[in-house]
Design a protein around this ligand. Sequence first.
Ligand SMILES: [Zn+2]
Length: 361
Amino acid sequence: MEPREDRRQEAEGLEEAYLYLSETAPWPRAMSPELLSRLPSFMKEPTPQGDERVRADSRGDLPEPVFVDSGGMIVPEDQGLPAALIHRNFLFCLEPTCGVAYAKTQRSEKAKLGTLGVDNRSTATTILAVRSLIELQADTSLKPEARKLLSFTDNRQDASLQAGHFNDFSQVALLRSALHKATSAKGASGLSHGGLSRGVFEALSMRFDEYAADPEVRGPARAATDDEFRRVIDYYLYRDLQRGWRVTAPNLEDCGLLQFEYEGLVGTDGLLGETELWTQGFKIRDDTEDRFLETPAPLRLCPADLPLPPGNADVILRTDDALVYASDHYRKFAKSYGLRQEFTPPHTPEQNGSLNRSWAR
Ligand SMILES: [Zn+2]
Protein backbone atom coordinates (compact mmCIF):
# COMPACT_ATOMS: atom_id res chain seq x y z
CA MET A 1 0.00 0.00 0.00
CA GLU A 2 1.19 3.47 -0.79
CA PRO A 3 -0.18 6.63 0.76
CA ARG A 4 -1.37 9.36 -1.57
CA GLU A 5 -0.39 12.88 -0.65
CA ASP A 6 -2.66 14.77 -2.97
CA ARG A 7 -6.03 13.36 -3.84
CA ARG A 8 -6.07 15.28 -7.09
CA GLN A 9 -3.36 13.00 -8.44
CA GLU A 10 -4.61 10.03 -10.36
CA ALA A 11 -2.98 6.83 -9.23
CA GLU A 12 -1.67 4.90 -12.23
CA GLY A 13 -1.89 1.13 -12.24
CA LEU A 14 -2.93 1.12 -8.61
CA GLU A 15 -6.26 0.36 -7.07
CA GLU A 16 -7.65 3.05 -4.83
CA ALA A 17 -8.77 2.06 -1.36
CA TYR A 18 -9.22 3.43 2.11
CA LEU A 19 -7.42 1.87 5.06
CA TYR A 20 -9.03 1.82 8.49
CA LEU A 21 -6.84 1.23 11.54
CA SER A 22 -8.06 1.45 15.11
CA GLU A 23 -6.84 0.11 18.43
CA THR A 24 -9.95 1.13 20.33
CA ALA A 25 -12.57 0.06 17.79
CA PRO A 26 -11.09 -2.40 15.27
CA TRP A 27 -13.38 -3.50 12.46
CA PRO A 28 -14.92 -6.92 13.32
CA ARG A 29 -13.15 -9.69 11.43
CA ALA A 30 -16.26 -11.78 10.82
CA MET A 31 -20.00 -11.36 10.50
CA SER A 32 -21.37 -10.66 13.95
CA PRO A 33 -24.08 -8.62 15.65
CA GLU A 34 -21.40 -6.02 16.37
CA LEU A 35 -20.49 -5.76 12.69
CA LEU A 36 -24.16 -5.40 11.75
CA SER A 37 -24.65 -2.68 14.33
CA ARG A 38 -21.84 -0.69 12.74
CA LEU A 39 -23.35 -0.76 9.24
CA PRO A 40 -25.67 2.01 8.07
CA SER A 41 -29.29 0.97 7.72
CA PHE A 42 -29.35 1.13 3.91
CA MET A 43 -26.92 -1.80 3.78
CA LYS A 44 -29.15 -4.04 5.90
CA GLU A 45 -32.52 -5.76 5.65
CA PRO A 46 -34.63 -7.78 8.06
CA THR A 47 -34.73 -11.58 7.70
CA PRO A 48 -38.03 -13.52 7.80
CA GLN A 49 -36.96 -14.61 11.31
CA GLY A 50 -36.87 -11.01 12.44
CA ASP A 51 -33.08 -10.71 12.55
CA GLU A 52 -30.91 -8.46 10.46
CA ARG A 53 -28.65 -9.34 7.58
CA VAL A 54 -26.57 -7.56 4.99
CA ARG A 55 -28.51 -6.79 1.82
CA ALA A 56 -27.37 -8.90 -1.12
CA ASP A 57 -26.49 -5.83 -3.17
CA SER A 58 -24.38 -4.43 -0.33
CA ARG A 59 -22.15 -7.43 0.28
CA GLY A 60 -19.57 -6.09 -2.16
CA ASP A 61 -19.40 -2.88 -0.16
CA LEU A 62 -18.40 -4.51 3.11
CA PRO A 63 -14.93 -3.54 4.35
CA GLU A 64 -12.38 -6.30 3.92
CA PRO A 65 -10.56 -7.34 7.11
CA VAL A 66 -6.79 -7.50 6.49
CA PHE A 67 -3.49 -7.44 8.37
CA VAL A 68 -0.85 -4.86 7.45
CA ASP A 69 2.73 -4.52 8.57
CA SER A 70 4.62 -1.31 9.23
CA GLY A 71 5.83 -1.18 5.63
CA GLY A 72 2.28 -1.13 4.30
CA MET A 73 2.34 -4.72 3.06
CA ILE A 74 -0.70 -6.90 3.43
CA VAL A 75 0.53 -9.83 5.49
CA PRO A 76 -0.87 -13.15 6.72
CA GLU A 77 -2.95 -13.24 9.84
CA ASP A 78 -1.31 -12.06 13.08
CA GLN A 79 1.89 -10.89 11.36
CA GLY A 80 0.74 -7.30 11.37
CA LEU A 81 -1.85 -4.93 12.69
CA PRO A 82 -5.52 -5.75 12.16
CA ALA A 83 -7.06 -3.29 9.70
CA ALA A 84 -9.89 -3.00 7.20
CA LEU A 85 -9.89 -1.97 3.55
CA ILE A 86 -12.70 -0.15 1.79
CA HIS A 87 -12.33 -0.97 -1.90
CA ARG A 88 -15.04 1.01 -3.59
CA ASN A 89 -16.70 4.19 -2.54
CA PHE A 90 -16.47 5.54 0.95
CA LEU A 91 -20.00 4.78 2.11
CA PHE A 92 -19.80 5.12 5.85
CA CYS A 93 -17.28 5.84 8.55
CA LEU A 94 -15.95 2.71 10.24
CA GLU A 95 -15.32 4.51 13.51
CA PRO A 96 -18.47 3.56 15.50
CA THR A 97 -18.95 6.84 17.36
CA CYS A 98 -18.78 8.87 14.13
CA GLY A 99 -22.00 7.87 12.39
CA VAL A 100 -21.34 9.58 9.06
CA ALA A 101 -22.90 7.72 6.13
CA TYR A 102 -23.22 8.59 2.46
CA ALA A 103 -25.94 7.65 0.03
CA LYS A 104 -24.76 5.39 -2.79
CA THR A 105 -25.92 8.01 -5.25
CA GLN A 106 -23.22 10.36 -4.07
CA ARG A 107 -20.40 9.40 -6.38
CA SER A 108 -17.86 12.14 -5.79
CA GLU A 109 -15.22 10.96 -3.35
CA LYS A 110 -13.74 14.45 -3.34
CA ALA A 111 -16.82 16.00 -1.79
CA LYS A 112 -16.79 13.48 1.04
CA LEU A 113 -13.22 14.01 2.11
CA GLY A 114 -12.30 17.60 2.71
CA THR A 115 -8.69 18.09 3.70
CA LEU A 116 -7.19 21.17 5.20
CA GLY A 117 -4.31 21.43 2.77
CA VAL A 118 -6.44 21.53 -0.34
CA ASP A 119 -9.58 23.40 0.59
CA ASN A 120 -8.95 25.79 3.44
CA ARG A 121 -5.88 27.76 2.50
CA SER A 122 -7.72 31.04 2.95
CA THR A 123 -8.57 30.21 6.55
CA ALA A 124 -5.05 28.99 7.28
CA THR A 125 -3.59 32.19 5.83
CA THR A 126 -6.01 34.36 7.80
CA ILE A 127 -5.25 32.63 11.08
CA LEU A 128 -1.48 32.89 10.52
CA ALA A 129 -1.88 36.57 9.65
CA VAL A 130 -4.03 37.30 12.72
CA ARG A 131 -1.55 35.55 15.00
CA SER A 132 1.41 37.40 13.46
CA LEU A 133 -0.37 40.74 13.92
CA ILE A 134 -1.17 40.00 17.56
CA GLU A 135 2.51 39.21 18.17
CA LEU A 136 3.65 42.31 16.27
CA GLN A 137 1.29 44.60 18.15
CA ALA A 138 2.74 43.40 21.43
CA ASP A 139 6.36 43.83 20.31
CA THR A 140 7.37 47.13 21.86
CA SER A 141 10.89 46.91 20.49
CA LEU A 142 9.44 47.82 17.08
CA LYS A 143 8.25 51.28 16.13
CA PRO A 144 4.42 51.41 16.05
CA GLU A 145 4.40 52.05 12.28
CA ALA A 146 6.57 48.96 11.75
CA ARG A 147 4.14 46.59 13.50
CA LYS A 148 2.41 45.47 10.34
CA LEU A 149 2.32 42.48 8.08
CA LEU A 150 3.14 42.83 4.40
CA SER A 151 1.85 40.22 2.05
CA PHE A 152 2.83 39.65 -1.59
CA THR A 153 0.72 37.94 -4.15
CA ASP A 154 0.94 37.41 -7.90
CA ASN A 155 -2.76 37.79 -8.49
CA ARG A 156 -5.11 40.65 -7.81
CA GLN A 157 -8.19 38.45 -7.32
CA ASP A 158 -6.32 36.30 -4.78
CA ALA A 159 -5.35 39.41 -2.83
CA SER A 160 -8.93 40.66 -2.91
CA LEU A 161 -10.34 37.31 -1.82
CA GLN A 162 -7.86 37.02 1.03
CA ALA A 163 -8.54 40.58 2.21
CA GLY A 164 -12.27 39.91 2.21
CA HIS A 165 -11.78 36.64 4.05
CA PHE A 166 -9.58 38.35 6.63
CA ASN A 167 -12.09 41.15 7.26
CA ASP A 168 -14.98 38.73 7.54
CA PHE A 169 -13.03 36.57 9.95
CA SER A 170 -12.09 39.53 12.17
CA GLN A 171 -15.66 40.76 12.27
CA VAL A 172 -17.10 37.35 13.14
CA ALA A 173 -14.44 36.70 15.76
CA LEU A 174 -14.96 40.12 17.33
CA LEU A 175 -18.72 39.72 17.46
CA ARG A 176 -18.61 36.18 18.84
CA SER A 177 -16.03 37.01 21.48
CA ALA A 178 -18.15 40.00 22.59
CA LEU A 179 -21.21 37.75 22.80
CA HIS A 180 -19.20 35.28 24.84
CA LYS A 181 -17.98 38.03 27.19
CA ALA A 182 -21.50 39.44 27.59
CA THR A 183 -23.09 36.05 28.35
CA SER A 184 -20.30 35.07 30.77
CA ALA A 185 -20.81 38.35 32.62
CA LYS A 186 -24.48 37.47 33.07
CA GLY A 187 -23.69 34.11 34.62
CA ALA A 188 -26.23 31.29 34.81
CA SER A 189 -29.25 33.45 33.97
CA GLY A 190 -27.83 34.25 30.54
CA LEU A 191 -28.79 37.07 28.22
CA SER A 192 -32.38 37.71 27.20
CA HIS A 193 -33.32 38.96 23.76
CA GLY A 194 -34.11 42.37 25.24
CA GLY A 195 -30.70 42.81 26.83
CA LEU A 196 -28.71 41.18 24.06
CA SER A 197 -27.52 44.12 21.97
CA ARG A 198 -26.82 46.29 25.03
CA GLY A 199 -24.77 43.52 26.68
CA VAL A 200 -22.75 42.89 23.52
CA PHE A 201 -22.35 46.62 22.85
CA GLU A 202 -20.87 47.08 26.32
CA ALA A 203 -18.67 44.00 26.00
CA LEU A 204 -17.25 45.34 22.72
CA SER A 205 -16.36 48.63 24.48
CA MET A 206 -15.36 50.25 21.19
CA ARG A 207 -14.29 53.86 20.99
CA PHE A 208 -17.03 56.17 19.69
CA ASP A 209 -14.95 57.24 16.69
CA GLU A 210 -14.54 53.58 15.65
CA TYR A 211 -18.20 53.25 14.64
CA ALA A 212 -19.67 56.76 14.38
CA ALA A 213 -19.84 58.36 10.94
CA ASP A 214 -19.43 61.71 12.66
CA PRO A 215 -17.35 61.27 15.83
CA GLU A 216 -17.91 64.94 16.77
CA VAL A 217 -21.66 64.68 17.54
CA ARG A 218 -22.89 65.23 21.09
CA GLY A 219 -26.01 65.03 23.21
CA PRO A 220 -29.07 63.27 21.75
CA ALA A 221 -27.29 62.70 18.43
CA ARG A 222 -24.58 60.76 20.26
CA ALA A 223 -27.19 58.60 22.02
CA ALA A 224 -28.96 58.05 18.68
CA THR A 225 -25.68 56.90 17.11
CA ASP A 226 -25.19 54.38 19.92
CA ASP A 227 -28.77 53.13 19.47
CA GLU A 228 -28.21 52.69 15.76
CA PHE A 229 -24.99 50.77 16.36
CA ARG A 230 -26.78 48.50 18.83
CA ARG A 231 -29.39 47.70 16.19
CA VAL A 232 -26.64 46.80 13.74
CA ILE A 233 -25.06 44.53 16.37
CA ASP A 234 -28.43 42.85 16.92
CA TYR A 235 -28.78 42.17 13.21
CA TYR A 236 -25.27 40.76 12.84
CA LEU A 237 -25.65 38.57 15.93
CA TYR A 238 -28.76 36.83 14.65
CA ARG A 239 -27.47 36.66 11.11
CA ASP A 240 -24.36 34.88 12.36
CA LEU A 241 -26.57 32.17 13.87
CA GLN A 242 -28.34 31.16 10.71
CA ARG A 243 -27.21 28.13 8.79
CA GLY A 244 -24.40 29.42 6.64
CA TRP A 245 -21.46 28.53 4.50
CA ARG A 246 -18.68 29.32 6.93
CA VAL A 247 -17.71 25.64 6.83
CA THR A 248 -14.55 26.13 8.84
CA ALA A 249 -16.22 28.45 11.36
CA PRO A 250 -19.68 27.05 12.11
CA ASN A 251 -21.83 29.23 14.32
CA LEU A 252 -21.66 29.06 18.10
CA GLU A 253 -24.87 27.10 18.49
CA ASP A 254 -23.74 24.46 15.98
CA CYS A 255 -20.50 24.10 17.96
CA GLY A 256 -22.45 23.60 21.18
CA LEU A 257 -20.85 26.73 22.63
CA LEU A 258 -24.09 28.68 22.79
CA GLN A 259 -27.33 27.36 24.18
CA PHE A 260 -30.79 28.75 23.57
CA GLU A 261 -33.65 28.48 25.97
CA TYR A 262 -37.19 29.50 25.20
CA GLU A 263 -39.08 31.60 27.67
CA GLY A 264 -42.34 30.11 28.88
CA LEU A 265 -41.72 26.67 27.35
CA VAL A 266 -40.60 24.59 30.33
CA GLY A 267 -41.01 24.96 34.09
CA THR A 268 -44.04 24.84 36.34
CA ASP A 269 -46.11 27.32 34.31
CA GLY A 270 -44.51 26.41 30.99
CA LEU A 271 -46.41 25.77 27.80
CA LEU A 272 -45.21 22.16 27.62
CA GLY A 273 -46.85 21.42 30.97
CA GLU A 274 -50.32 22.41 29.79
CA THR A 275 -51.57 18.93 28.96
CA GLU A 276 -55.09 20.00 28.05
CA LEU A 277 -53.78 22.23 25.32
CA TRP A 278 -51.78 19.40 23.78
CA THR A 279 -54.50 16.76 24.02
CA GLN A 280 -57.67 18.73 23.26
CA GLY A 281 -57.20 22.20 21.95
CA PHE A 282 -57.29 25.86 22.83
CA LYS A 283 -59.46 28.91 22.49
CA ILE A 284 -58.53 31.84 20.31
CA ARG A 285 -60.32 35.16 20.22
CA ASP A 286 -61.56 36.13 16.81
CA ASP A 287 -62.70 39.69 16.06
CA THR A 288 -66.14 38.91 17.38
CA GLU A 289 -66.18 35.64 19.28
CA ASP A 290 -64.11 32.94 20.95
CA ARG A 291 -63.34 29.99 18.74
CA PHE A 292 -62.15 26.57 19.89
CA LEU A 293 -59.27 25.12 17.90
CA GLU A 294 -58.74 21.41 18.18
CA THR A 295 -55.20 20.18 18.69
CA PRO A 296 -53.90 18.84 15.34
CA ALA A 297 -53.73 15.05 15.26
CA PRO A 298 -49.92 14.71 14.99
CA LEU A 299 -49.54 16.74 18.19
CA ARG A 300 -52.17 14.73 20.03
CA LEU A 301 -50.37 11.52 19.06
CA CYS A 302 -47.10 12.82 20.41
CA PRO A 303 -47.23 12.53 24.20
CA ALA A 304 -44.69 14.31 26.33
CA ASP A 305 -42.71 11.08 26.80
CA LEU A 306 -41.91 9.36 23.53
CA PRO A 307 -43.18 5.80 24.01
CA LEU A 308 -40.06 4.14 22.67
CA PRO A 309 -38.57 1.15 24.42
CA PRO A 310 -34.90 1.75 25.19
CA GLY A 311 -32.54 0.08 22.77
CA ASN A 312 -35.04 0.04 19.93
CA ALA A 313 -32.52 -0.17 17.14
CA ASP A 314 -35.16 0.15 14.44
CA VAL A 315 -35.84 3.77 15.16
CA ILE A 316 -33.34 5.99 13.45
CA LEU A 317 -32.88 9.65 14.11
CA ARG A 318 -31.65 11.00 10.81
CA THR A 319 -30.26 14.51 10.82
CA ASP A 320 -27.65 16.42 8.94
CA ASP A 321 -24.22 16.48 10.50
CA ALA A 322 -24.45 19.91 12.11
CA LEU A 323 -22.16 19.87 15.09
CA VAL A 324 -25.06 20.27 17.49
CA TYR A 325 -26.46 16.88 16.41
CA ALA A 326 -23.04 15.28 16.63
CA SER A 327 -22.31 16.73 20.06
CA ASP A 328 -21.92 14.47 23.07
CA HIS A 329 -24.93 16.06 24.69
CA TYR A 330 -27.19 15.31 21.73
CA ARG A 331 -25.85 11.79 21.29
CA LYS A 332 -26.69 11.00 24.90
CA PHE A 333 -30.13 12.53 24.44
CA ALA A 334 -30.82 10.39 21.36
CA LYS A 335 -29.51 7.31 23.12
CA SER A 336 -31.74 7.94 26.15
CA TYR A 337 -34.74 7.60 23.83
CA GLY A 338 -33.32 4.45 22.28
CA LEU A 339 -32.77 6.20 18.97
CA ARG A 340 -29.95 5.31 16.65
CA GLN A 341 -28.34 8.30 14.97
CA GLU A 342 -27.57 8.62 11.32
CA PHE A 343 -26.31 11.57 9.39
CA THR A 344 -27.21 12.74 5.93
CA PRO A 345 -24.29 13.42 3.59
CA PRO A 346 -22.78 16.90 3.99
CA HIS A 347 -23.84 19.60 1.52
CA THR A 348 -27.14 17.89 0.67
CA PRO A 349 -29.71 20.18 2.29
CA GLU A 350 -32.36 18.60 0.06
CA GLN A 351 -32.15 15.54 2.32
CA ASN A 352 -33.45 17.52 5.27
CA GLY A 353 -36.92 16.52 4.15
CA SER A 354 -36.15 12.89 4.96
CA LEU A 355 -35.86 13.94 8.60
CA ASN A 356 -39.45 15.13 8.62
CA ARG A 357 -40.70 12.07 6.78
CA SER A 358 -39.14 9.62 9.21
CA TRP A 359 -40.93 11.31 12.08
CA ALA A 360 -44.27 11.39 10.30
CA ARG A 361 -44.09 7.65 9.64
ZN1 LIG B 1 -15.85 9.38 10.84
